[in-house]
Write a protein that binds this ligand. Sequence first.
Ligand SMILES: Cc1ncc(COP(=O)(O)O)c(C=O)c1O
Length: 438
Amino acid sequence: MTNILIDPETKLNTTPTNQSLHARRLAATPRGAPAQADFFARRARNAELWDVEGRRYIDFGGGVGVLNTGHAHPRITAAVQAQVEAFSHTCYSVVPYESYVGLAERLNALAPIGGEKKTAFFTTGAEAVENAIKVARAHTGRAATIAFTGGFHGRTLLGMGLTGKMHPYKVGFGPFPGDIFHVPFPSHGVSAAESLQSIEQLFRTVVEPSRVAAVIVEPVQGEGGFNVAPPALMQGLRSLCDRHGIVLVADEVQAGFGRTGRWFATEHSGVEPDLITVAKSLAGGYPLSGLIGKAAIMDAAEPGGLGGTYAGSPVAIAAAHAVLDVIADEQLLARADALGGRLVSRLEALRGEVPAIADVRGQGSMVAVEFGVPGEGPRAFDPALARRVQSLAWQKGLILLMCGPGPSAIRFLYPLTIEDRVFDEALDILAGCIREAA
Ligand SMILES: Cc1ncc(COP(=O)(O)O)c(C=O)c1O
């Protein structure tokens, strides 16, 4: 049974079909760049997407956390259209534009970092991460970086090196840049104290702290399973970094811009990082990333050391201004908490019926449900069950993404602008899929 509806605005029997496009995709593109769906998008609005054959899906993946403000929000589309009419590219480092400066000013004002701040823009999350490490190195004159197991920081060589998960991101792509050390992230039975002790042990046995430029941490791990960094970890990292003159980098590429019920997920811990990487929902579907940080650190890079041909594209910057307006005007931070609360209650209620629900966790609307073998402890993951839930949901018109070790968890990245009616419909589909799959 499926509840997939036919889009009245899309003519039926259109060509090409999903099947024919799928065959062309397999022939023309490499298997290393796959797609999860076997259908192809035609149009999307807010939390709904229609494929080329007119089938409708509720999008709880948001293009992997990019669409906190939904597909094609009219205010964002209008801002982009106006910018395209004005100009679409100058290369900021050749001819600057005010909107870039204005967005930096807005993010400097919003970021949970004390004192004078500066922001530079790039295109992808991985680039923001790369530049965070570059800036930390320039500031400290040191080389090494500490990262966490389960962390994900992108697909560039340095991003892969920092990423603490082998398959599928790193397999066959080494060697990675040197001087990167991983310690366990506090989740699945590892405490914040143990995590911090691992860093102290690193200092004693592998790398002296005076060689470490940066510690990079996701305040809520994304790909790693929506594991929330305990405040004790963030506080411990802050004092360790202060003690040794190390730059603390919060990678908020997935957790930022309202997802957790705050502008920045780091705000939950009360800890101020030195640098914050942002991307994804910052520009609502247009490619933009940024690095926000203490002015003294950000200014360490030589003129021309930061940037890129498309870095801070005026089109994406225009979108980001509209995104910030929409988050504020539509009160999406409160909405993230409200929607996340409804989702968590629904999942918690299901736990009585489905003992294979091992954990429901998250912050605001950055929520995941993890599946495991009942009674076998926090590391007895059940990725097969998670996969069954996901594939049933896709069949019934609900796009879900997985994450975490295994991957054994389903993560939820719906637009915070989703209509109540659509949200409730999705929760009903989800509950049905979990019951059926378990
Ligand atoms: C925390 C985090 N950092 C960095 C990245 C890389 O971003 P991008 O795919 O835009 O390069 C991601 C992407 O998922 C991410 O979740």
